[in-house]
Design a protein around this ligand. Structure first.
Ligand SMILES: NC(=O)c1ccc[n+]([C@@H]2O[C@H](COP(=O)([O-])OP(=O)(O)OC[C@H]3O[C@@H](n4cnc5c(N)ncnc54)[C@H](O)[C@@H]3O)[C@@H](O)[C@H]2O)c1
Length: 366
């Protein structure tokens, strides 16, 4: 990145003014060097209401992101439903704005590729909003795996398991969301595992998905509109002789899908489910505890690593990192190019589940 901001204020626009846009706005509002210049939402009047509710009196409201992009802005937060991430991000990058796009990157792999290509062509940041990356526990996991103390990690098991946690609205519409639990919370768990491993190349996947709960009026008030998966499991072969066992659920008759495990030739790492809910992994930004196991002969030496005390607002940290990258001319904190691998796995999972067999994963050159 070459364009270092020399003026005092970083000028930001927000595209999509629903639930998560508030968290973006409130984070920006805590940064004196940031000015929220405009908000756009396709629902007429919604951006104006948002501006009023948050007291952003100097911000302009638009019903189209294209009008917002005509303004002199440094960056935008893309907070639309998944299906609109692609169009709005590509338009923003083409208009010379840096982009922080909410997770998941896109709905399809092709869309993700186009987004990354647009970022490269414009030489602008395309960063993806995975706030668990700012959790010191997730950083500790990566540090342990990358330090080599586990030896050669050959097996990882991860995934988030909500017992009763099915969303509605745009999240259950296939066209708008792309996928269900896999994309919504699964992308976080995939990021935990892949980030720790250094984002190895995925080779193939065999997956199974189902939606017994979402489509049942007993369990979901919008069952007749439920089009995505509420459960999925996948075996992903990774380069370097590694395998990832990934599972996710929005609803199930069980408290948890088990801990996240890294099995290495010298030690194993276990992340037990976070205490605040019946799930495991870090999709909610918290890990219960991290335990290292060594020595398979005789007694094992279990060395509990206490959960780090932190009062960090990880959501604020992710938005802050985007602003710092813009101001200091740094590259994307969580590059879209890296997260294409995450998207390619979700794409492979959906294809495999539909075909009922293992499929290859190919990531186009960008
Ligand atoms: N990082 C997190 O913790 C987190 C949490 C929740 C949601 N999300 C992600 O944030 C995104 C939005 O989720 P939400 O819960 O805020 O949804 P939402 O439905 O509450 O809000 C989305 C808004 O975008 C608007 N919109 C749709 N298409 C648009 C377009 N082309 N241009 C401008 N506005 C448009 C909609 O009218 C709506 O107001 C999703 O991708 C979701 O996965 C992230």
């Amino acid at each position: 990145m070459i364009n270092i901001i020399t003026t005092n204020k970083v000028r930001i626009g927000i595209i999509g003014s629903g639930g998560i846009a508030q968290a973006h706005a409130r984070s920006y509002m805590q940064m004196p060097e940031v000015e929220i210049i405009a908000v756009a939402d396709v629902i007429q009047g919604k951006a104006a209401e948002f501006i009023e509710r948050l007291g952003l009196t100097d911000a302009k409201a638009f019903d189209s992101h294209l009008e917002l992009l005509e303004l002199d802005l440094d960056g935008v937060s893309v907070c639309t439903p998944n299906v609109a991430h692609h169009r709005t991000s590509v338009d923003a990058l083409n208009a010379g704005k840096h982009v922080l796009v909410e997770k998941p990157l896109a709905v399809t792999l092709e869309q993700g590729v186009e987004m990354v290509q647009a970022g490269k062509k414009a030489d602008k940041i395309l960063t993806v909003g995975f706030q668990p990356r700012y959790d010191p526990n997730m950083q500790a996991v990566k540090q342990i795996v990358q330090s080599g103390q586990l030896g050669n990690v050959y097996y990882v098991q991860t995934g988030g398991g909500r017992r009763r946690g099915m969303p509605g609205g745009t999240f259950i519409n296939k066209e708008l969301a792309g996928a269900g639990a896999m994309a919504d919370i699964g992308c976080y768990s995939l990021d935990l595992a892949l980030n720790a491993l250094g984002y190895p190349k995925p080779l193939s996947v065999s997956a199974f998905t189902s939606n017994h709960f979402g489509t049942s009026p007993t369990y979901h008030p919008q069952a007749e509109r439920f089009e995505v998966e509420d459960f999925g499991v996948a075996l992903v072969r990774l380069e370097g002789g590694k395998v990832l066992n990934f599972k996710i659920s929005w609803a199930m008759h069980m408290d948890s899908l088990g801990p996240t495990l890294f099995l290495g030739t010298d030690a194993g790492l276990k992340l037990t489910p976070a205490g605040s809910g019946p799930w495991s992994g870090v999709w909610d930004g918290g890990i219960g505890s991290i335990t290292l196991f060594h020595d398979i002969q005789g007694h094992h030496t279990e060395s509990p690593i206490p959960v780090q005390q932190h009062n960090l607002n990880i959501f604020y940290e992710k938005v802050r990192d985007f602003v710092v990258a813009i101001k200091e001319g740094k590259s994307a904190p969580i590059p879209g190019e890296e997260i294409l691998i995450n998207q390619a796995i979700i794409d492979g999972i959906l294809r495999s589940s539909e075909l009922g067999r293992e499929v290859e994963i190919e990531i186009p050159e960008v």
